[in-house]
Design a protein around this ligand. Structure first.
Ligand code: PLP
Length: 402
């Protein structure tokens, strides 16, 4: 029996998305063409956009289709920064140290090539942003705040409503990367009060290569991609109708509050079993991030403090990379969640950002599940983990400092 426990990397295709994709790829027509074929494609595309918009608490005119989470983050961060710096000097971008690289590296690019000033607001040991520190940093020289809703490694949920309240009071737009929460927790451009939200279809059972940026109506944003002027000139290029239709099929489920709550409960149950398995096999492994039962008060709204599908542990005395290889040999796919440069493992910036030491952080292992995760997969993991851990501990350490 093999086990796939890496849903945060990419999730298996949802049957509804697969059926929609197969039907849509046979439909001829560029949605930008005025003839009947084009108009049929356009109708299918716009129906999908409406479902995607509904799942993001946005209007269809506020929903730009992109190639995925990375492009959505780049579009928002670069586009907002340039537009905000046209009529006034607002070089600052506020973010945190535990962002995904789609945010961190974009912000670094803006610093190195466009003169942006990067301001890093601290997080606590569970990864939650320090709202007082954020409030102190917001000023009229700030172009935007860019940060995650949920950290893709440790699964911590951020108080995005509170962030938006503070930033809105200072007149600063907020971009939220909701790639790691979308499909498990409610995501809403308008309820959160933010300027933009990035999501990606392949993390929720849609195809790879399509995502969305929900962008509040009336926001000034310079396009990243220039060309035929599609999507109000904000994202040129022939629209991916078949991808959108498949994405729309899953988005329709996600937009249904009851479906989302029941789905999250089922995913959570599997995640809790996985935590139990790790604690039984390695009692001194440390669960990072928020307590799975904890709630977070986000401006008077109680939300789960940890995303339902995520378990992230620091295993003492070994490297997460060794565990990934050894578990893979035993048929189980998991992840460290962090980068490996030229074959040399590096501790995760997100784990270090929460205040852990380098050697502790190197023992990081991320296990993520979804609704299709079976009991058999979890029991396979339970069976092979003790031996994999023993062997990983014997293998010791080889790493470089970050
Ligand atoms: C939090 C987060 N943001 C952005 C991305 C990038 O998304 P995509 O793979 O769709 O470009 C990922 C993917 O790992 C992610 O986890």
């Amino acid at each position: 029996m093999v086990a796939y426990l890496d849903y945060a990397a990419t999730a298996p295709m949802h049957p509804a998305a697969k059926a929609a994709l197969v039907a849509a790829v046979d439909q001829i027509g560029n949605p930008g063409s005025i003839h009947t074929h084009g108009q049929h494609a356009r109708r299918a595309l716009e129906r999908a956009r409406a479902s995607i918009a509904a799942s993001l608490g946005a209007e269809p005119v506020e929903t730009i289709l992109t190639s995925g989470g990375t492009e959505s983050d780049n579009t928002a961060i670069q586009g907002l920064w340039h537009a905000r710096n046209r009529d006034a000097e607002r070089p600052r971008i506020i973010t945190t140290a535990i962002e995904h690289n789609a945010v961190l590296d974009t912000v670094a690019w803006m610093r190195d090539h466009h003169g942006a000033e990067v301001v890093i607001v601290p997080v606590d040991t569970t990864g939650v942003i320090d709202l007082d520190a954020l409030e102190r940093e917001l000023d009229d020289r700030t172009a935007l705040v860019a940060m995650l809703h949920v950290n893709n490694e440790i699964g911590t949920v951020q108080p995005v409503r509170s962030v938006a309240k503070l930033a809105n009071a200072a007149g600063v737009p907020v971009h939220i990367d909701a790639v790691a929460s979308y499909g498990s927790l409610p995501v809403s451009l308008h309820e959160w009060g933010v300027t933009s939200v990035a999501v990606s279809a392949h993390k929720v059972g849609g195809p790879v290569g399509i995502g969305a940026l929900a962008l509040r109506r009336g926001t000034k944003l310079d396009p990243l991609i220039h060309g035929g002027g599609q999507q109000y000139g904000l994202r040129s290029g022939t629209q991916n109708m078949a991808g959108a239709v498949a994405f729309g099929a899953v988005a329709e489920l996600i937009a249904d509050e009851q479906w989302l709550a029941e789905h999250a409960a089922r995913v959570r149950e599997r995640r809790d079993r996985m935590i139990e398995i790790v604690r039984q096999a390695v009692p001194d492994a440390t669960l990072t991030g928020a307590d799975p039962d904890a709630l977070l008060n986000d401006s008077g709204v109680e939300v789960p403090a940890r995303v339902p599908g995520n378990a992230h542990f620091l295993f003492p005395g070994c490297q997460g990379d060794s565990l990934v290889y050894l578990l893979d040999m035993a048929g189980v796919s998991v992840s460290t969640g962090s980068a490996c440069h030229a074959g040399i493992p590096e501790a995760s910036h997100a784990v270090i950002g929460c205040g852990y030491q380098n050697e502790q952080a190197l023992g990081a292992l991320r296990m993520t599940v979804g609704e299709q995760t079976s009991d058999d997969e979890l029991e396979t993991f339970a069976k092979v983990l003790p031996e994999a851990y023993e062997r990983a501990r014997k293998a010791g350490f080889s790493y470089r400092e970050v």
